[in-house]
Write a protein that binds this ligand. Structure first.
Ligand code: AMP
Length: 425
């Protein structure tokens, strides 16, 4: 028989790690819903042209799309990110503004798989559409910052820059291209290739030779319009008011072409520099219009779930929760009583597990131990004849006999009252 493995760049998220993912998402939802963001669930694939708006010259579009013709001949793509989908949804449904949404879920990019870089990876993110106010930039950044703090991360750096408006950016790209072209000989062949496609991307190079050239490159700051500059100064002031530390980096351009004005990235100091970006975002004031909607400003961020958890591991925070149940039911008669008692405990709002296959008392008690249960309920023929069971405190090993009908009351006294899962008559 063939033995199958996950495809390169994909992983099984096994228990208890998957439980950690769930609480990651729950903490994120709680953080952003507290600021009025509503959950949106866009489709996982859509018209590939939607994603082409990210920028034809970006690696994401030019090299990494999982696109194909479906059986109806439509050219579709698995989403490589969700901002374009959210903007497409805005253009399609025209909700009233400000429109503030959050999302979570997998994205797909055909990348060279390695630690911290996957072909299927998850992101959580927010997008806020219809507001020019620089205070919104501050709100968006502060929500990511708050979230990292709630995870317990302390080695996160906020790096920020302004890319100006479309005109500013175009003038800067021209100046940068000229500078890089006149220093071509000192660049690596990879950077020379990138230069032909998109000079801004050269600034992302982590190769030593390129870094030396980049150090002398013109920066965007002197190309910013007065409005873009004022906007940026107000954002920085707002961050100071909220006591969020930041580093300005005039070479921060980020991977996607649609960014305007405020651009930012979160870097983990606990991770290797090649894969240390754990999230990022910025303004994308022209994007909705390119997707057929009205001219609408927008700003958002996406945080890499996989990579943020690697940063948590590196800092030793936000570990996988220990899975445990409240009660483990041991039935040494024939298992039928365990069926009824486990069911009743679960309906009363507690968690309960049991053993199967009529295993020995010893084997069942071993399972009870492994389950992490606070109490074992032990049903023997002798006790059952008088409708009783034994309840064992797994930590202290103290045992007592109680009536089976009083089990839920016992749990309420010892574990606190729970909301029943099913209202019993
Ligand atoms: P981007 O959508 O490219 O702005 O990326 C935002 C964040 O998503 C990055 O900072 C990473 O944390 C994460 N990310 C992007 N691509 C990948 C990938 N291939 N594997 C894992 N995480 C990724």
């Amino acid at each position: 028989m063939p033995s199958f493995q996950t495809s390169p760049g994909t992983r099984d998220i096994m228990p208890p790690d998957a439980a950690r993912w769930r609480s990651f998402n729950a903490i994120f939802a709680d953080t952003v819903e507290a600021a009025g963001y509503g959950c949106i669930i866009p489709p996982i694939f859509e018209d590939a042209a939607v994603f082409h708006r990210i920028g034809e010259a970006t690696d994401v579009v030019a090299k990494e799309m999982y696109d194909f013709d479906d059986k109806g001949g439509r050219h579709v793509s698995l989403r490589p990110e969700q901002t374009a989908s959210v903007c497409r949804a805005f253009a399609q449904h025209r909700p009233t503004t400000p429109w503030k949404v959050w999302y979570t879920g997998p994205n797909f990019r055909y990348e060279k798989a390695q630690a911290g870089r996957y072909r299927q990876f998850d992101q959580v993110g927010i997008e806020a559409l219809g507001v020019n106010d620089s205070d919104l930039d501050v709100e968006v950044i502060s929500l990511a910052w708050k979230f990292y703090q709630r995870l317990g991360l302390s080695g996160v750096q906020l790096v920020i820059n302004s890319l100006g408006d479309e005109g500013d950016r175009a003038k800067y790209v021209d100046a940068l291209r000229q500078y890089l072209q006149s220093n071509q000989d000192a660049l690596t062949p990879e950077a020379r290739q990138t230069l032909d496609r998109n000079p801004l991307r050269v600034l992302d190079s982590k190769r030593h030779a390129d870094i030396e050239v980049i150090a002398g490159a013109p920066t965007i700051k002197s190309f910013l319009s007065i409005e873009a500059n004022n906007h940026f100064e107000k954002v920085l002031n707002g961050l100071r008011m909220l006591e969020i530390p930041f580093h300005q980096n005039e070479y921060l351009v980020r991977g996607l072409d649609y960014y305007r004005r405020t651009t930012f990235e979160f870097v983990s100091t606990a991770l290797e520099s090649a894969q240390n970006a754990i999230g990022g975002g910025g303004r994308y004031d022209g994007l909705v219009q390119t997707l057929g909607g009205p001219d609408t400003p927008g700003i958002g961020f996406a945080l890499g779930l996989d990579r943020t958890l690697l940063a948590c591991d590196a800092e030793g925070v936000f570990g996988a929760p220990k899975s445990s149940v409240d009660v483990f039911v041991v039935d040494v008669i024939d298992g039928r009583q365990a069926l009824v008692v486990t069911n009743r405990i679960q309906d009363a709002g507690y968690s309960a597990d049991r053993a199967f296959d009529a295993r020995s008392m010893k084997a069942q008690m071993k399972s009870a131990d492994r389950s992490g249960a606070r109490f074992a309920v032990i049903i023997t023929s002798e006790e059952f004849e008088s409708n009783n069971c034994i309840i064992r405190d797994m930590a202290s090993a103290q045992q007592q006999t109680i009536a089976i009908k009083d089990l839920v009351d016992f749990l309420a006294r010892n574990l606190g009252a729970k909301i029943p899962r099913r209202l019993t008559p």
